[in-house]
Design a protein around this ligand. Structure first.
Ligand SMILES: [Zn+2]
Length: 244
């Protein structure tokens, strides 16, 4: 049952959201995607029992479903749409990415696939509009507080993730299921590490990414040279050219 006041509030929110410049929200994230990535999507504001938002069918007919929350300002709406558009742009090059990974040994491939989880961090960065912008500038005080708290563990979390990738790479897990089980724990417990992993600042972000690719490249397979070249913009510290 939907109460009339809920609908009124939702209508007011929708009016605000409609003022958003969606083309601009897409343009904001394009510098943080490979040049061949494309963003094509439909956006559905929805009223439903759960207040979550999500992206649907990213690799076929991408759609963004956003709970029409009257508490969400136009600025926050734009930030969320930008974030989801970055995921959609990433998904648009799935075939090319698959082709690049095709020749890799399984263990290397698994490692690289899990490094792909840093896509969350890139989406945060891209949606913010750059490394000098606080990623929760337009978020609620609660979200800002959580982020700040998580960031206080940055150095420790970085070492934890580094160890995870090395453990995968060095065959410490019996099989892919065991890798997945362990890696999925890092999404939420004790903190969403992949969200924060690339977000605490430009220097850190560049260092993490280039170091991991370097290490994989050195230890595993020359085929990863392709991946490394895609990260040149990051390694050189030119944030405007980030393409991953
Ligand atoms: Zn995301």
């Amino acid at each position: 049952m939907i109460y009339p006041n809920v609908l009124l509030n939702s209508a007011a929110a929708l009016k605000e959201w409609k003022k958003a410049d969606l083309a601009a929200t897409a343009r904001r994230v394009l510098p943080y995607l490979p040049a061949q990535a494309r963003i094509h999507t439909k956006l559905y504001p929805v009223i439903k029992p759960n207040k979550n938002s999500f992206v649907f069918e990213t690799s076929t007919d991408p759609a963004i479903f956003l709970y029409l929350d009257p508490e969400v300002t136009r600025e926050k709406f734009e930030n969320t749409v930008s974030h989801e558009m970055h995921h959609i742009g990433f998904a648009s090059i799935e075939t090319q990415t698959e082709a690049q990974l095709a020749g890799l040994p399984t263990i290397t491939r698994t490692t690289v696939e899990w490094i792909g989880a840093f896509g969350e961090g890139f989406a945060m960065l891209a949606a913010a509009g750059g490394p000098d912008v606080y990623p929760h500038e337009v978020s609620t005080p609660e979200e800002r507080a959580r982020w700040n708290q998580d960031m206080a563990h940055y150095n420790q979390d970085l070492r934890t993730l580094d160890q995870l990738f090395l453990d995968i790479l060095h065959g410490k897990f019996k099989n892919k299921d065991e890798v997945d089980e362990k890696a999925f724990t890092f999404f939420w417990h004790p903190r969403p590490l992949v969200h924060s992993g690339l977000q605490s600042g430009g220097d850190h972000r560049e260092a993490i990414w280039s170091r991991k690719i370097d290490r994989l490249h050195d230890e595993c397979s020359p085929a990863l040279a392709n991946l490394q070249s895609r990260c040149d913009g990051i390694e050189q510290g030119r944030t405007s050219q980030q393409r991953w």
